[in-house]
Ligand binder design. Structure first.
Ligand SMILES: Cc1cc2nc3c(=O)[nH]c(=O)nc-3n(C[C@H](O)[C@H](O)[C@H](O)COP(=O)(O)O)c2cc1C
Length: 351
């Protein structure tokens, strides 16, 4: 490339996102799919994108399973729903009359802090009540298995392979959603592990729901900025991209305080604002919301109030709204152990 052409392309870069960046930035998790199946050649191309992912030591510690059998998908979903019912009955202290469970569950959360994070804790009862579908009716699912003997961190390698597949699918006009909840059946339930041939050295890593989307769920939304400390020439020059410096904002005692998920003071979920005048009443926003945070009242969406609202502030409802009736107002904030740190202003993708 000549120097002049190089400068021109740098100038263009300053003014617009590349095609790859657009695919990355406009991807949203999709939770409303058409029944129509994805052509086989497209699924194979998506798998190729996974195969070419980087991995520690190039060990490629993954195996992919394609699931397009509605009976099996329904069976796995039933297992997950049944397990969520049991789990929810044993842990959900937010129910009336179950406050006595709270200290016990908060104690257990100390040790299972990823599994009992407020987000899955809110989602499990939704799954149990059939308000959150496992694979959201997608006709194709790719299950990513990790080879636990992989070099370094096989989960990370599988995540990279999975995101390669997600972005490839998105670039082809398909919708995708990561679905970690399938773990409940595919990692914990011998019947499904046997049926799918999941055995040593493979373990469930994650799964991807893939299909043609209903409505247009893609779009760039706002997201919180995070602190980036930038060291150059021997000094910390700037903290760019928003947020606060990452240093010492998490108090020592915060480590020990698990917030109560039914106390809006301690566990404050996201808030979106709905312009009911603009709203066309299509209802796609409520279907796009994994947290079931939007009720439809008189054909119009309304945000649930705490503690029922479990909004993850992902912006999927904003992106899918074709008339621009929804705006993002306030991200979720947790106190104590899950305190949200390093978080700056909410901003759209910036050049
Ligand atoms: C590892 C992983 C697991 C996820 N599991 C689920 C899931 O089980 N169900 C679901 O509806 N969404 C799931 N998601 C999607 C997230 O909710 C979503 O990525 C997040 O809210 C941000 O929204 P966005 O993907 O539209 O940007 C998962 C995402 C990741 C990365």
């Amino acid at each position: 490339m000549s120097e002049k052409n190089g400068m021109e392309s740098l100038d263009r870069l300053k003014k617009e996102f590349t095609e790859t960046e657009k695919v990355i930035l406009s991807r949203r998790s999709v939770r409303q799919f058409k029944k129509e199946q994805v052509p086989e050649f497209m699924v194979k191309r998506i798998l190729e994108a996974g195969r070419f992912a980087p991995s520690a030591g190039n060990y490629q510690p993954w195996r992919f399973i394609v699931l397009r059998d509605p009976d099996m998908m329904n069976g796995i979903t039933d297992t997950v729903v049944a397990s969520c019912r049991i789990f929810s009955a044993m842990t959900d202290y937010r129910r009336k009359g179950y406050g006595w469970l709270r200290p016990l569950i908060k104690f257990i959360t100390r040790f299972r802090y990823n599994d009992l994070h407020p987000m899955p804790f809110m989602a499990i009862p939704l799954m149990a009540d059939g308000k959150l579908d496992l694979w959201h009716g997608a006709p194709t699912v790719i299950i990513i298995l990790k080879d636990i003997r992989g070099a370094g961190n096989p989960d990370l390698d599988c995540g990279i392979a999975g995101q390669n597949m997600v972005l490839a699918a998105h670039s082809m006009g398909l919708g995708t959603c990561w679905v970690g909840f399938a773990k409940i059946a595919l990692d914990m339930h011998p019947k499904w592990k046997k049926r799918l041939g999941i055995s040593y050295p493979y373990k469930f890593a994650n799964s991807l729901a893939i299909g043609w989307t209903r409505g247009n769920p893609d779009g760039m939304v706002t997201r919180q900025t995070r602190a980036v400390d930038w060291f150059e020439n021997g000094t910390l020059q700037t903290v760019t991209l928003g947020g606060n410096s990452s240093k010492s904002r998490f108090g020592f005692l915060d480590r020990f305080r698990i917030p109560s998920y039914n106390d809006p003071e301690q566990t404050e979920f996201g808030i979106v604002e709905i312009d009911l005048e603009k709203c066309s009443g299509c209802g796609l926003c409520a279907g796009a919301c994994a947290a079931n945070a939007l009720d439809i009242v008189d054909k119009k969406p309304r945000m649930k109030k705490a503690p029922e609202n479990g909004c993850a502030f992902c912006g999927d409802c904003v992106a899918i709204c074709s008339v621009g009736a929804i705006t993002m107002k306030k991200p979720y904030r947790f106190k104590g152990f899950y305190k949200t740190i390093d978080q700056g202003e909410n901003s759209p993708p910036r050049l």
